[in-house]
Design a protein around this ligand. Structure first.
Ligand code: CU
Length: 304
């Protein structure tokens, strides 16, 4: 048995309000007593110092009550944590891959997407991996967050019980492109989801696919522009055929940007880094098919 999304996230909210409530109460109480004693034991009113003995009753009270409060915080937190750590057996598995600087989602039937699409009222188990550094998957609307750690598999689950579009963030600073690791959770009706799920992206002929769509999916455009503006990496505009100074194995040399160079830059970005830029681009090996690479190269060739 699992509780519904509402119960689950309400649980997270309740634990938070409970802890914040107690903290605020304590803050007010301590501040009030501090000011009260400041006035009461003022030097002007008490010119001769008085030795105040301990008070056993008070000491028992201020030990027992906070102990109960802290244990109550732990108890409610623990209950919520147990629910979060135990995905229901019928949960739909979705493999989440975090990389600098994009998210990708892979489903059981081989379907892939750059936004998380889920059907209404079916628990989803997210199996999270990272290809490079530590990222963190955060979906505030469903009150879930978990690190994506290289060389390790982590998980999360939630029950999407409301149709709509929700934000999905990376909440662990992971480099210059961190801000672009933003995506969406689309909670769809069962019918809409089935239609999307059955539609294979691969079915479309690669030539007909938009180079821009491929580049957007692979987060290329977070660092490279198509209008000549220089951002984190060189702009694609007018780069084809251009003579470029690059750093190869620490030595500067000049290359002409041709198909061969563009292809190598996608697969081995560190091989020839354009002078003036940092060698921070992740390899696209495995992320792009050969067809996709040629679609991108054709596109860059035409970008005069
Ligand atoms: Cu990240």
């Amino acid at each position: 048995m699992y509780t519904t999304f509402l119960d689950r996230s309400a649980n997270v909210d309740n634990v938070m309000f409970f802890i914040v409530g107690i903290s605020v109460f304590m803050l007010v109480l301590v501040t009030f007593l501090m000011i009260f004693f400041l006035v009461k034991y003022n030097r002007k009113k008490n010119p001769v110092a008085e030795n105040i003995e301990g008070n056993l009753k008070l000491e028992i009270i201020w030990t027992v009550i906070p102990t109960i409060l802290v244990l109550a915080m732990f108890y409610y937190g623990w209950i919520g944590f147990k629910i979060m750590r135990n995905p229901p057996r019928d949960a739909m598995p979705v493999k989440v891959t975090a990389r600098m600087w994009s998210w990708s989602f892979a489903y059981e039937n081989g379907q892939k997407s750059d936004e998380l699409n889920v059907p209404l009222n079916r628990p989803v188990k997210l199996i999270i991996i990272s290809e490079d550094v530590i990222h963190s998957l955060f979906i505030p609307a469903f009150r879930i967050k978990e690190d994506a750690v290289p060389g390790m598999e982590t998980y999360l689950w939630f029950n999407p019980d409301k149709i709509g579009t929700y934000d999905l963030f990376c909440s662990e600073y992971c480099g210059v492109g961190h801000h672009s690791m933003i995506s969406k959770v689309n909670v769809m009706s069962q019918g809409d989801f089935s239609r999307w799920y059955a539609k294979k992206e691969e079915a479309a002929a690669p030539k007909g696919r938009d180079a821009l769509a491929i580049m957007k999916k692979n987060a290329c455009l977070d660092c490279h522009t198509t209008d000549g503006t220089v951002e984190i990496g060189p702009s694609f505009k007018g780069i084809f055929g251009k003579k470029e100074k690059v750093i190869t194995n620490g030595r500067e040399r000049e290359v002409v940007v041709d198909e061969e160079y563009l292809k190598r830059s996608l697969i081995e970005p560190d091989a020839d880094v354009v002078k003036g830029f940092d060698a921070i681009m992740p390899s696209q090996k495995g992320a792009l098919t050969d067809e996709e690479i040629s679609v991108i190269i054709e596109y860059i060739k035409d970008l005069k």
